[in-house]
Design a protein around this ligand. Structure first.
Ligand code: SIN
Ligand code: MN
Length: 266
């Protein structure tokens, strides 16, 4: 799938693109089931909220077959290769749960802010591409974006080690308010299987999930191979050190598994 000229223009202006229903409900159900198996594991890569509910599973592509395949899926790799204009490696891979009732906030931040400061990534030639494994609605803690905020470069940030279980370089309220005066604030919502691609400089956050509906999203953070990280402070399963270029698999790589595992759409 090639991004059109209009999509590339929209990405340049807004900093993100949204593709509702890019994966089928069978493919999303396969991955959702895999996420539940992972969240039930007692592993160092699975981080929890204070309540004990799962928050994030890192590096799931290294220990789960459906997530391994998703990490090389052409519907995710091809558009990012096109935008970044080169081969990619996996800088980070996370499955974020945002559990019903218990899912906590992700404070306002830019991903590249953390990748530059903590991992020594030379340039923002990296980005996220995310797949919804649940329906994401206004109620269950959707991602919030400030459109156009990727145009301002790296914004000053403070290292937040307290408000959540995950250390993050976060923006202050005044900065976020100023950026939102220009760009507004949006929450892309859609069915399980939708794909959201966004610039590593886009300012984003997500609110707590007090609803009775879970909101699992999987994020591939892909970096151009020439732009690999230069600093190795974080665990290798948080900021990967294998810079091997990803070769995309066949488009039906997940479908094959839905057949063998007898997954049916909800
Ligand atoms: C992130 O910004 O990296 C995660 C936010 C979320 O999953 O809500
Ligand atoms: Mn982020």
């Amino acid at each position: 799938m090639k991004l059109t000229k209009d999509e590339l223009k929209q990405f340049d202006e807004q900093g993100y693109l949204f593709f509702p229903g890019k994966f089928t409900s069978e493919e999303a159900a396969l991955l959702k089931q895999a996420s539940e198996e992972i969240f039930a594991m007692d592993r160092k890569e699975v981080w929890r909220e204070k309540s004990g509910a799962a928050r994030t599973a890192f590096a799931a592509h290294q220990y789960n077959e459906p997530f391994r395949r998703l990490g090389s899926h052409p519907r995710l790799i091809d558009p990012v290769e096109q935008i970044l204009d080169g081969k990619l490696y996996m800088h980070q891979y996370k499955v974020n749960a945002k559990a019903a009732f218990d899912g906590e906030v992700w404070q306002w931040h830019q991903d590249y802010g953390t990748w530059a400061r903590d991992d020594g990534m030379p340039e923002p030639r990296a980005m996220n591409i995310a797949v919804f494994l649940d329906d994401v609605t206004a109620a269950n803690g959707p991602l919030l974006f400030i459109p156009g905020s990727h145009k301002v470069g790296v914004v000053e940030a403070g290292h937040d080690l307290e408000t959540t279980s995950y250390p993050l370089w976060t923006l202050d309220r005044e900065t976020v308010s100023k950026l939102a005066e220009q760009g507004g604030c949006v929450a892309p919502t859609g069915p399980a299987g939708s794909v959201l691609l966004f610039s590593s400089l886009l300012v984003h956050a997500s609110p707590p999930n007090i609803s009775p509906f879970g909101r699992t999203i999987v994020y591939l953070s892909l970096c151009q191979v020439d732009n690999h990280i230069t600093q190795f402070k974080r665990e290798e399963w948080i900021a990967h050190r294998d810079f091997t270029p990803i070769n995309a698999l066949a488009d039906d790589c997940l479908q094959e598994l839905t057949k063998t595992q007898g997954i049916a759409a909800e």
